[in-house]
Design a protein around this ligand. Sequence first.
Ligand code: P6P
Length: 338
Amino acid sequence: MQTKLMTISRFIYEEQRKYPNATGEFSDLLEDIAIAAKVISHQVNKAGLLGILGIYGNHNVHGEVQQKLDVFAHHTFIKMLEHGGHLAVMASEESEEVIHLADDANLGNYVINFDPLDGSSNIDANVSVGTIFSIHRKRSKGSRGTIEDCLQAGKYQVASGYIIYGSSTMMVYTTGNGVHGFTLDPSVGEFLLSHPYIQIPKKGKYYSCNEAYYPYWDKSTQSFINYLKENDVTTNRPYSLRYIGSMVADIHRTLLYGGIFLYPADTLDPKKPDGKLRLLYEVSPISFLIQQAGGLAVDGKGNDPLEIVPTSLHQRTPIIAGSKEDVEVYLNFLRDAN
Ligand code: P6P
């Protein structure tokens, strides 16, 4: 049965009506994100045609070469959000320090941490990339937010989500009342509700990780991966490996098809003792969303990543996330090892 035709604006408004005291500020912020997503989607989808592929030349805070689209997405997000009057401060993967709003910007009560174009090293190969965002309420006293407003534990998020720029552009987000997916209809320029109340399958048949780093992983993670590859039809093994190397794409498939995504700590690699993914704008928002979809998300010690109190904007955290039963098997291996 066709779900009723509902735009993201209508959906956000209907959700807001459930909260009679809502001012509409949060709704407007979500709408601004959807507009920014359309602008970035338009640019990403024509990237190969405009000669804007290729290396921008600068390096971001992690020493990674900035792709032109990375820079475009970063500036677009800031430009589309800073004058809406809903934000007090922002943090971006592409900026070493927090981003204070323009002097003439109206200030609001929310804070956004975002990865403007995750997976961007794949852009030239036309692989799906994505934007990831995490929203908190401002806690500091002053009207202009501070870095402390960005460094809140993930359990205090009021919303998180991603936009995936793939065969179609989708915006998937949660505000703590389930996970909902909207597909962009380019013919009308609207995000339409296509995946209401997404629930991740209890168990999957895919595992998703970069096995090249297997030698660097702890013993329990190595044993878990070996377990998934053993032949045992009673437990639907061996699993299949699906790894795109673009977190939003790997997570989107895991959310819809089930299975488990892992970016463990590379314990033997001094460059990545806490893995590669960043807590504020990758691990926290994705963990919140996976948990809201009925899945499980843990860090390398089996703890809830949403409990971690961040100490720096770009700190990294291992993440193991996906179908509840698959992550529970991982946790059993972790407990058996300790
Ligand atoms: P590796 C992309 O560069 C990214 O930040 C994530 O999107 C992705 O999950 C990960 O890095 C891939 O890292 O080490 O497998 O290349």
